[in-house]
Design a protein around this ligand. Structure first.
Ligand SMILES: Cc1ncc(C[n+]2csc(CCOP(=O)(O)OP(=O)(O)O)c2C)c(N)n1
Ligand code: SF4
Length: 291
């Protein structure tokens, strides 16, 4: 029997503000998983702390809500323990690109086989509206009345530079398109970034649904664009103004993942490897080696 969107429904009602872009991401993710005929027990959602990180509560699947910024180390550990799980990290731009920024770079370098969904609302939602790593320069908040000073992080360019093997950007207001991108990311073997433009209707009054709708276009509709050309992707990564691309920027298939190469996993994933206590002789041999 094929799985359905309702198989991923949770009885917990979201506490997100009405109109929050996270609803679109939640619905697109359920649709992507159902379209791939996956079942809740095959999926692990790992989140951190933030409005968006509440998502695992609102879906039926395995879930782990970690601490702010440490989503990718937890997702990595889970994947190494059981690489049959579809591991999906889901967290805000503050969590993923700010406090978790170094994990972001290192998970890409390793080509861990997991999906990294960033709920990119360009603001700290949960803590009530401070500017975030992706806030545009000059973005005014109560704690930055004269505007954000730093340059905004460019996740697509960072991902390209760090060697990510799947790099996409979606929009929370384009559900079928986002569901398709998420399905592609889940099917990709290796690290897959899906940066999702996610309007925060309370604390970001600049990057609204209307603001995005006036600017977004789809890469797949751009004549001559294909996701296998790194140089073309690099050029598109810097397009952020009157026109903003969404879709698959870049994908390279067939490269080995970290799990493929880790010697300890050659005989199978850790959950499949039997554990046994050391014999007294083995303990003695270890003592001789280290004492
Ligand atoms: C180590 C640590 N530092 C800071 C915080 C406070 N804090 C909680 S959520 C958050 C940022 C939320 O922004 P983002 O990650 O973009 O998620 P959003 O709420 O916008 O979905 C911060 C700074 C925390 N919980 N833990
Ligand atoms: S504060 Fe913003 S990100 Fe948080 S639930 Fe409300 S609209 Fe969504």
């Amino acid at each position: 029997m094929m799985s359905e969107v309702k198989d991923f429904a949770s009885p917990v009602r979201p506490t997100w503000c009405p109109g929050c872009g996270n609803f679109g991401i939640l619905n697109a993710l359920k649709r992507a998983l159902a379209n791939l005929d996956l079942e809740p027990h095959q999926v692990l959602l790992v989140s951190g702390i933030g409005c968006g990180s509440k998502l695992p509560d609102y879906m039926k699947a395995n879930g782990f809500m970690g601490i702010h910024g440490r989503v990718l180390p937890i997702a990595t550990g889970a994947k190494l323990a059981n690489h049959e799980l579809k591991v999906i990290a889901v967290h805000g731009d503050g969590d993923g690109y700010g406090i978790g920024g170094n994990h972001f770079l290192y998970t890409m370098r390793r080509n861990m086989d997991l999906v990294d969904i960033i709920q990119n609302n360009q603001v700290y939602g949960l803590t009530k509206g401070q500017y975030s790593p992706t806030s545009e320069r000059g973005f005014v908040t109560k704690t930055s009345p004269e505007g954000a000073i730093e340059l905004a992080v460019n996740p697509i360019a960072l991902a390209l530079a760090a060697g990510a093997t799947f790099i996409a950007r979606g929009f929370a207001g384009e559900l079928p398109h986002l569901a398709q991108l998420l399905a592609q990311a889940i099917e990709h073997r290796g690290y897959a970034l899906v940066d999702v433009l996610q309007p925060c209707v309370i604390f970001n009054r600049v990057n609204t649904y209307d603001w995005f709708r006036a600017r977004l276009y789809k890469l797949e509709e751009e004549e001559g664009y294909g996701p296998s050309n790194r140089e073309a992707a690099w050029e598109k990564a810097f397009e952020w103004g009157d026109r903003i691309p969404i879709g698959l920027f870049y994908q390279v298939e067939g490269l080995p993942t970290y799990e493929d190469q880790l010697p300890a996993l050659r005989v199978g994933s850790l959950v499949k490897q039997g554990l046994r206590p050391l014999t007294p002789e083995e303990v003695e041999a270890l003592k001789q080696e280290f004492v």
